[in-house]
Ligand binder design. Structure first.
Ligand code: M6R
Length: 612
């Protein structure tokens, strides 16, 4: 999605803005631009395509300035063209914007009636004209912004500068993330703290409705016109763990980081083979009261939730529903007393999940229902973490590749910890069972390491996918969601059409698709469903389908004509989905690289989906 970087300093910040935009590239975008205020002028450069194009333009034109805003745009209103790229200018005002102004058309009609001429098809341009117009009644940029904000409907974050205010950057957060990076004699804004990590590790996280005024030496945050104290938080994320290192792509690096990421995630909750007493201690009373769980998530995080449903019901006898947030938020679901609502999200900012959470909270409050909310998230400072009663962090480190990998497997590890904790509180699982699962959980990083040894073999098999147009992924039980996840990974980064199915559904429709040209990926761990899965494999082979099987080393499944087998080290059946995620990630990665796609920033996609 779109990204914002801005700053006010004493030095020229054009490089800082460009570097910041580069660090936001992973979020997905199609054009980029910046505006710098210099000697009473707005100097603007915008380019379609990569930030590198903008960088070239800035180098060529030598634009510089110590106050500026910059943006990567992911087109919503109007095509990805230079005219539609941000910043947008009206008079002496320049504006960058993330999110959507829903009532832009009526505002545009009014502004056109006043004589304002639009040069883009964006919703953003109305903001620039509105502020310009408001400045007719006040000389204060802050006051003009305050007058405009109530007129805007939708979710947005803004960065605003003006030629007559060379030491002033105004920013607004209303439904779209925004942080202030606190420097010494200089201050910055961004939609993602990662952009500012090379400059500062001190951040102020704006809340919904905040309007802030930054100068070189001051930061004032207002809510409802009142000055408010927002704490400065120090972040210990380092610049280096957001870089690719020796890896060709972030995605590959992140796949290989999984053993360590899982270890980090589980370490926070475990003491030997037991759950730590202080793990989620503040939630004990709430967990004791819950009678069911409702998981809300999108994409890969939704698949993690699907697996957790098996765990909640099989291991601790607690009913669990899982739903895609974009459906949940609009279908007026019944909010049930004593339910634990769990948002799963890598970013903690996904618009649909956040909206579903807020709507649930509002509706529960309106009916005085007793619900508990919780977030499983990779970003400690995210909106979801801040807005739920409890949170459990996945300690995966920054995930830059658009395709979620280590965030997914750490979500699974965290979900298992949550299941065990709730089961312990409700006494629906014994301490011995907990100890057995925890021992296996500790062992998982090693099994993943061993599974990664198959990388070369998977690369070899991936060559057989390069020319394919379609692919099926099949699994049963907790590996049905892994089949969905494998299909999502493949389509998302290699652009091969792929579908995931519960293998038992094959003969209810998808079997019709199977022919000589259809690769079928099978997830075959050593579990109770293995024999049934083997029958499904026969069904595919009988129709000429080519099987690519990720199978437990003791499964007895052997390679034969049109049946390729990659053996996965034996792993406890309950935790197997964590391990079987890895070969499907590697397969998708290698197919995508061979097909020459932009692996870390696949077309049309964004890392953090902060608009609907
Ligand atoms: O940040 P979130 O986990 O809420 O994001 C949800 C999805 O957008 C995300 O998982 C998406 O499906 C991934 N790109 C898939 O790899």
């Amino acid at each position: 999605m779109c990204g914002i970087v801005g700053g006010v300093a004493e030095r020229n910040i054009s490089n800082i803005l460009i570097e910041g935009l580069k660090r936001l590239e992973y979020r997905g975008y199609d054009s980029a631009g910046l505006a710098l205020i210099n000697q009473g002028q707005v100097l603007r450069e915008r380019r379609v395509g990569k930030v590198a194009n903008l960088e070239q333009a800035v180098l060529a034109s030598q634009v510089s300035g110590s106050l500026g805003i910059a943006h990567t745009r992911w087109a919503t209103h109007g095509k990805p063209t230079e005219e539609n790229a941000h910043p947008h200018i009206s008079g002496n005002v320049a504006v960058v914007h993330n999110g959507i102004i829903e009532n832009y058309q009526e505002l545009k009609d009014d502004l056109e009636a006043l004589g304002y001429v639009f040069t883009s098809q964006t919703d953003t341009e109305v903001v620039a004209h509105l502020i310009n117009d408001a400045l007719k009644t006040t000389p204060s940029l802050l006051e003009a912004t305050r007058q405009v904000v109530p007129q805007l409907k939708g979710a947005y974050a803004l960065g605003i500068v003006h030629t007559d205010h060379p030491d002033e950057l105004i920013t607004v957060r209303e439904g779209s993330p925004l942080v202030i990076g606190v420097g010494i004699g200089e201050n910055f804004i961004s939609s993602d703290q990662l952009a500012l990590l090379p400059i500062t590790n001190r951040f102020i996280y704006l809340e919904e409705g905040d309007i802030a005024r930054l100068t070189r030496n001051s930061i004032e945050v207002f809510i409802d016109g009142q000055l408010i104290d927002r704490p400065v938080k120090e972040l210990d994320a380092t610049v280096s763990n957001a870089s690719k290192g020796e890896y060709k792509h972030y995605m590959l690096k992140e796949i290989y980081e999984q053993p360590e990421a899982i270890k980090q995630t589980i370490s926070q909750a475990l003491n030997g083979n037991a759950l730590r007493e202080d793990f989620l201690a503040s939630a004990i009373q709430d967990f004791a009261n819950i009678q069911q769980v409702q998981i809300i998530a999108c994409g890969t995080s939704y698949h993690a939730g699907m697996i957790a449903k098996y765990w909640f019901e099989q291991l601790i006898d607690l009913p669990c529903q899982v739903e895609i947030a974009s459906e949940f938020r609009y279908r007026s679901p019944v909010i049930v007393n004593n339910t634990l609502y769990v948002c799963i999200s890598q970013s903690g900012e996904t618009a649909d999940t956040l909206a579903a959470l807020r709507d649930t909270q509002k509706r529960a409050a309106a009916k005085s229902l007793n619900i508990t909310t919780m977030t499983i998230c990779n970003v400690a400072t995210s909106s979801m973490v801040r807005e739920t009663n409890h949170s459990l962090l996945t300690l995966a480190g920054p995930e830059i590749g658009v395709a979620s990998t280590k965030a997914f497997t750490t979500q699974l590890a965290a979900l298992m910890l949550l299941v065990l904790k709730i089961g312990q509180i409700k006494q629906t699982i014994s301490d011995t069972q907990i100890a057995e699962i925890v021992a296996e959980l500790w062992h998982t990083p090693k099994v993943i390491l061993d599974t990664l040894q198959n990388d070369k073999e998977i690369l070899r098999l991936s060559e057989l996918f390069v020319e394919k147009q379609h692919c099926l992924f099949l699994g049963r039980g907790t590996h049905f969601p892994i089949a969905l996840e494998g299909a999502l990974k493949l389509k998302e980064i290699s652009y091969i059409h792929a579908e995931g199915y519960a293998a038992g559904e094959l003969k209810h429709g998808p079997l019709a698709l199977v022919d000589n040209d259809m690769p079928v990926v099978i997830l075959a761990p050593q579990d109770d469903m293995l024999d049934k899965l083997k029958s499904n494999m026969e069904e595919v082979q009988a129709r000429g389908g080519e099987l690519f099987v990720f199978a437990d080393e003791n499964s007895g499944i052997k390679a034969k004509d049109r049946q390729h087998v990659v053996y996965v080290p034996s792993v406890n059946a309950i935790l197997a989905p964590i391990v079987y995620s890895v070969p499907v990630q590697l397969l998708s990665y290698h197919v995508a690289v061979l097909r020459g796609t932009d692996v870390d920033q696949p077309r049309n996609l964004a890392k953090s989906v902060t608009v609907e």
